[in-house]
Design a binder for this molecule. Structure first.
Ligand SMILES: [Zn+2]
Length: 144
C-alpha cells in the first residue's frame, strides 16, 4: 500500500543534530521497553523534521500492530500500520544494556533518526538518538 505511511527519510543534504522529544513519548518508550524485557521492543516515532535547523521533534509513538518481539531482534509488518502516519524514525530497546546501534540497526534505519532504549530503562540516561550517519545526536525532553 504505497503512500499509506510517510517515512521522512533524512536526505543527504540534511544532517539531523538534535532531537526534541515530548516527555509523554519518553515515558511511553521506557514503559514499552520495560514491559517487554528481556525481549526487544520496537515502535515508530511520529513527528516533524525542521530541515533547515536539522532538528527532529518527536510528538508521538506508535506501537506497530502484530509486531514480533524476540530475543535480540524485533520486526513489524508495514501493511498493518495506520494511514496518515508521519514517521520520523524508529525506537527499539537493547535489553543487553548496550546503548549503541549495531551495524544491522544502521543498515535497516527507517526515517531520519533511530532511538535506542537500553536496559535498565531508567530515564533519559538510558535513551540515545542517532542520525542516518550513525552519529549520536543531542536528545532533549520538551513539553508540548
Ligand atoms: Zn539494535
Amino acid at each position: 500500500m504505497e503512500g499509506a505511511v510517510k517515512f521522512n527519510r533524512g536526505c543527504s543534504l540534511v544532517t539531523v543534530t538534535e532531537v526534541l522529544m515530548y516527555e509523554s513519548v519518553l515515558t511511553a518508550l521506557l514503559e514499552h521497553a520495560r514491559s517487554l524485557h528481556p525481549k526487544e521492543a520496537i515502535c515508530l516515532l511520529e513527528g516533524e523534521i525542521d530541515r533547515k535547523q536539522g532538528v527532529v521533534k518527536v510528538t508521538g509513538l506508535v506501537i506497530p500492530p502484530l509486531a514480533t518481539y524476540g530475543h535480540g531482534f524485533s520486526v513489524f509488518p508495514l501493511f498493518y500500520l495506520p494511514l496518515g502516519l508521519k514517521v520520523v524514525g524508529t525506537a527499539h530497546s537493547h535489553p543487553s544494556g548496550n546503548p549503541h546501534p549495531s551495524v544491522e540497526d544502521l543498515n535497516n534505519m527507517v526515517g531520519a533518526i533511530s532511538v535506542i532504549v537500553a536496559y535498565p530503562y531508567r530515564d533519559l540516561r538510558d535513551v540515545k538518538a542517532y542520525n542516518v550517519n550513525g552519529s549520536e545526536i543531542a536528545l532533549r525532553v520538551v513539553r508540548p
